[in-house]
Design a protein around this ligand. Structure first.
Ligand code: FES
Length: 156
């Protein structure tokens, strides 16, 4: 790459900003665009967004940190997301998270040692009446017990 040339990430971010600049409150939808395209929000986007939107880096960073949906690193293998919001917690989500961590050998926000799975938390899928709710590779399942979790993982 020539010195001063834009990386593909920078090119993408600048064009995403251009497409949404006229919207009210463009930062959040731009961050969603970035995550939908790359699977996570790289820290390298912070100074680019700050410059493009004329806001501070701290403001951009604050929004990324506030919303648990934004991943800070790429996922690998089977992507498991478990809801930890109130209704799912009341239905046993914490025990399920502990089970998933053991089964996948991954911390929440991390991946298994063989990179076969990534484990994330979410705060509500809108499936509250059927908790605990789990999403595996984009597919939502409700009333997931540890046994059911194992069966779902084996099917992936
Ligand atoms: S609280 Fe878990 S889906 Fe809403």
């Amino acid at each position: 790459m020539k010195p001063g040339a834009m990386t593909p990430l920078e090119q993408y971010v600048r064009s995403a900003v251009a497409a949404r600049r006229a919207e009210r409150g463009p930062l959040l939808p731009i961050l969603h665009d970035i995550q939908a395209t790359f699977g996570y929000v790289d820290q390298a986007v912070v100074p680019i967004l700050a410059e493009e939107l004329n806001i501070s880096r701290a403001d951009v960073h604050g929004v990324i940190s506030f919303y648990h949906d934004f991943r800070k690193s790429a996922t690998s293998g089977t992507h498991v997301r478990i809801c930890r919001a109130e209704a799912c917690q009341a239905a046993g989500a914490e025990a399920l998270v502990a089970h998933a961590q053991e089964r996948l050998r991954a911390d929440v926000g991390g991946m298994s040692p063989d990179r076969d799975a990534t484990l994330d938390q979410v705060f509500c899928f809108g499936n509250c009446a059927l908790g605990p709710t789990v999403e595996i590779n984009g597919r939502i399942s409700g009333r997931v017990t540890p046994q059911r979790f194992d069966a779902l993982i084996e099917k992936t």
